[in-house]
Design a protein around this ligand. Structure first.
Ligand code: NAD
Length: 512
């Protein structure tokens, strides 16, 4: 079977169906595609119209045992951890090439599964390719170092070795991207892996695993479990055969995972939520800052961990800025992500939209003012999907619940400040610390504020860009550890010091 066509879908009366097979998407364990031991399955939906996209195998504890055993055997006795760095780099480069070959099909699948626009999905596939290529380049360039012993008869080396079996658990908003931030460095370091994508958006991870297979990954090195977090995810993180858990998702799940990792003292890396300040000083170019505020808050319908969901405006520009923002938010064109005219898609699920609507009504009850959105789109065209109009909430303070809690939706709150000190104080008044931005024309102030903000990424006069080469992660409750950059590889490496006495002879410390 040509794996390329396996995730090309065509529209039928019931939605999108796989062209070739029965539609069942299987687990991948020890190099074999396999249904769940229990035979269980579930359906994934297209959030743009609630139609069924695929039937997917639903793993259970028996499958977790099988997948971890396969990864364990591949790590303990298989070739992968002992493959040269050049060999590991070659595999990552091959997967990157296959991603580009299948770019359009992957992007369409990501759009169908998540609801994001095709334009965004294409960027995601290109970003994933760049991350794989970056870690291919780093695989042998970050293998260890030599330390000066101060003794001509001794040599000291710090060598980097793989950690072992890694459980890689990803969220639904950037399924392919978030998984690649874990899989690429884990493989580059020589680990074996068990992947668990979100139950809501598994399709591009299934495709990624097939591309890894096509690229020649040895059996057991990449295993795939599908299913829900509180069943298969929980069984995976509790499994004693797992050496490292890398998780991206919500704070409450992250806390559970950290306590699961404590049993057996397993390594854990957490990329959690954010409540990210976007601070605009009065000297910033208004048109540019409003434009960035829109993408900061509403890209992928605000379902972005680093979304600029807290807009913090200097008093002098507040009224004009807010009026402009509300008008432009009101003009954002919603639609099916495959529609080239759509500027933003739906939320991921009916349950998520219901939660967001509760957040909005709670904010209004606490005294916030609705300046745009706050409702579902009118008209029948989008009524079946999980759409919500981009929402601007004015009159907020740090005490407003919606300012403190992650909403993960197209909802931006507006606070105001008078002085630079106050802007910094507000920007840091959060339990999270993932990302923030400052817009100002004054370079010195930009630098002072960027240094003072307690967030893992700070953008100056920009919002959202990230680089494979630059560390990504959070201060505070936004997580532990870093993805991307050299640190993203080090998460998956043990460091061993080898001290070699090259002229051994008695030292006669004891005279006896
Ligand atoms: P989630 O925590 O509900 O789920 C994330 C993943 O964990 C899913 O695969 C889920 O099935 C699994 N899971 C759930 N419960 C589990 C358990 N008890 N044990 C093991 N696995 C379990 O998060 P979500 O709703 O999918 O994603 C949204 C969250 O992700 C937001 O909070 C967002 O900020 C965060 N996020 C963070 C980053 C970052 O880089 N910091 C990036 C993207 C998303």
């Amino acid at each position: 079977m040509d794996v390329r066509t396996n995730y090309v879908y065509k529209r039928t009366h019931s939605g999108y169906r796989n062209d070739e097979d029965s539609g069942m998407k299987e687990l991948y364990i020890a190099g074999n595609r396999t249904e769940a031991a229990s035979g269980a399955s579930y359906e994934t939906l297209n959030p743009a119209d609630a139609s069924v996209l695929e039937t997917v195998s639903e793993a259970g504890p028996a499958d977790v045992d099988r997948a971890v055993a396969a990864a364990r055997a591949a790590f303990d006795t298989g070739p992968w951890p002992r493959t040269t760095a050049a060999g590991r780099a070659a595999l990552l480069t091959a997967i990157a090439g296959l991603l580009q070959r299948d770019r359009e099909a992957l992007a369409r699948t990501e759009t169908l599964d998540t609801g994001k626009t095709l334009r965004e999905s294409r960027i995601d596939v290109d970003d994933v390719t760049a991350v794989l290529r970056y870690y291919a380049g780093l695989a042998d360039g970050h293998a260890g170092r030599v330390a000066d012993t101060g003794n001509p008869d001794a040599v000291s080396r710090i060598v980097h070795e793989p950690v072992g079996v890694c459980a890689l658990i990803a969220p639904w908003n950037y399924p392919l991207l978030q998984m690649s931030w874990k899989l690429a460095p884990a493989l580059a370091a020589g680990n074996t892996t068990v992947l668990k994508p979100s139950e809501l958006t598994p399709l591009t991870t299934i495709a990624l695993v097939r591309l890894a297979e096509e690229a020649g990954v040895p059996p057991g090195v990449v295993n795939l479990l599908l299913g829900r977090g509180h069943t298969v995810g929980q069984a995976l993180v509790a499994h004693p055969g797992v050496d490292l858990i890398s998780f991206t998702g919500g704070l409450a799940t992250g806390e559970k995972i950290m306590s699961a990792a404590a049993r057996g003292v397993r390594r854990v890396a957490l990329e959690l939520g954010g409540k990210n300040p976007n601070i605009v000083f009065a000297d910033a170019d208004l048109d540019t800052a409003v434009d960035f505020a829109l993408t900061a808050a509403f890209l992928h319908c605000g379902q972005v961990c680093s979304a600029g969901s807290r807009l913090i405006l200097q008093d002098a520009i507040h009224d004009e800025f807010v009026a402009d923002l509300a008008e432009r938010a009101g003009a954002i064109r919603l639609g099916d992500g495959l529609d080239p005219e759509a500027e933003a898609g739906p939320l991921v699920s009916a349950a998520h939209r219901a939660k967001v609507e509760r957040h909005i009504s709670g904010a209004l009850a606490e005294g916030a003012t609705l300046l745009a959105g706050g409702r579902r789109p009118a008209g029948p065209e989008l009524a079946a999907g999980f759409f919500l109009r981009p929402t601007v909430l004015g009159g907020c303070t740090c005490a407003t619940t919606v300012v403190r809690e992650e909403v993960f939706a197209p909802v931006v709150t507006v606070e105001r400040f008078a002085t630079e000190d106050e802007a910094v104080r507000l920007g840091n008044d959060t339990d999270y610390g993932l990302a923030g931005a400052v817009f100002t024309a004054e370079a010195g102030r930009a630098e002072r504020v960027a240094r003072a903000l307690r967030h893992g990424t700070v953008w100056i006069n920009d919002f959202h860009p990230y680089l494979p080469q630059a560390e990504w992660g959070g201060f505070g409750k936004s997580g532990i550890g870093r993805e991307l950059g050299p640190s993203g590889l080090e998460e998956y490496q043990e460091k061993k010091h080898i001290y070699h006495n090259i002229r051994p002879r008695p030292v006669r410390w004891f005279r006896g």
